[in-house]
Design a protein around this ligand. Structure first.
Ligand code: TXA
Ligand code: MG
Length: 319
């Protein structure tokens, strides 16, 4: 059932079952982080490999000490600046954190989400919530309750409806190796904003660069429809004989007889607005009658770099 009742959600979680929670980034499929049955249920519902670790969602900055055994100064600075918000920190784990959550690693990923409903829920619980995005493994992340229902309608007792995600793109994941600050996943929070607090960071966001960062599959966030990414949609359509095309463009409408549907993500060219609309547009075209989807590359700055990384993964062909 879709509800805004956090008492109901709390009851279900206390029984060891799963609940979908809204966050500012994407919806999460949540369970008790201290209950291995609940954690196993998350992996099996998502069909997610156990080698891909989960993020622990906590209610406060103070609670971080219950999850992490060591918190570097730079991590403290980042958490103080950006929590609650779209930043996930990878830190040495406390022994109480299950190996199932961390895929056997000695680090745990943790964040404090910025959503009133979910923070109120976390405050009612005496455990944190593990929550991957609420989509089957590899597919597009949900940014509203309807997306979740499309994936898991019959499998869930409670979907907590917090409206449309205000950001609509996953958190940025940051870790600490020796004294180095390392970014494992590009996300909502741009590198520039992180560097303004802790100085320069190293990007290790592909399995080829960093086999330690699971979940950085080359194909991810992918629509079911055949999808392409190009800097110049017009030229791409002239060079490739595609028909019944759905185009997702950044700012400007593109005119071509090959295009049967088009979504302009932000006519005023605002990266945040465009990012918020991106997954929704992908879901919409996946369910529509278009035969394929052509994405226009985003401007290569700030959040645009994150989106281009996601679009590259979304348009990587199935092996
Ligand atoms: O915005 C978000 O982060 C959303 C919302 C629901 O919080 N969550 C999310 O979770 O995107 P998920 O499971 O789709 O992605 C979690 C990522 C995976 O790529 C995983 O490999 C990485 O976090 N991760 C988790 N623990 C890690 C660790 N110890 N070291 C490196 N990467 C880790
Ligand atoms: Mg995900």
């Amino acid at each position: 059932m879709i509800t805004t009742n956090i008492d109901k959600a709390g009851d279900v979680l206390n029984q060891g079952k799963l609940v979908v929670i809204p966050t500012e980034t994407v919806y999460g499929l949540a369970g008790n982080a201290f209950d291995e049955n609940a954690i196993n249920a998350i992996f099996s519902l998502k069909n997610r490999p156990k080698s891909n670790p989960l993020i622990v969602h906590i209610k406060s900055l103070e609670y971080l000490e219950k999850v992490a055994s060591h918190i570097p100064e730079k991590a403290k600075l980042l958490a103080a600046k950006f929590w609650p918000g779209p930043l996930t920190l990878v830190l040495s784990k406390k022994p109480e954190i299950s190996d199932l959550i961390t895929a056997g690693k000695d680090t745990v990923a943790v964040r404090m989400p910025n959503h009133d409903l979910t923070l109120s829920l976390l405050n009612k619980l005496d455990f944190p919530l593990v929550a991957p995005s609420a989509n089957p493994f590899g597919s597009i992340s949900p940014t509203c309750a309807a997306h979740v229902m499309h994936y898991f309608e019959n499998e869930l007792e409670v979907v907590l409806d917090g409206g449309d995600c205000t950001i609509g793109i996953e958190s940025t994941i940051v870790g600490f190796e020796e004294e180095e600050v390392v970014v494992y996943r590009l996300g909502t929070l741009p590198l520039e904003e992180i560097e303004a607090i802790v100085g320069s960071v190293t990007l290790k966001n592909s399995t080829s660069v960093n086999p330690q960062a699971p979940g950085m599959q080359e194909r991810h966030y992918a629509p079911n429809k055949q999808s392409y990414l190009t800097e110049n949609v017009d030229q791409f359509l002239m060079l490739n004989s595609l028909d019944n095309v759905g185009v997702i463009s950044f700012q400007s409408e593109i005119l071509s007889p090959r295009i049967s549907q088009q979504i302009v993500l932000s006519s005023k060219g605002d990266l945040k607005e465009a990012s918020r609309n991106l997954y929704k547009a992908m879901h919409q075209f996946d369910l529509s009658s278009v035969d394929c989807i052509v994405f226009e590359t985003f401007p290569k700055v700030g959040l645009g770099l994150t989106i281009n990384d996601k679009l590259k993964r979304a348009t990587t062909q199935k092996q």
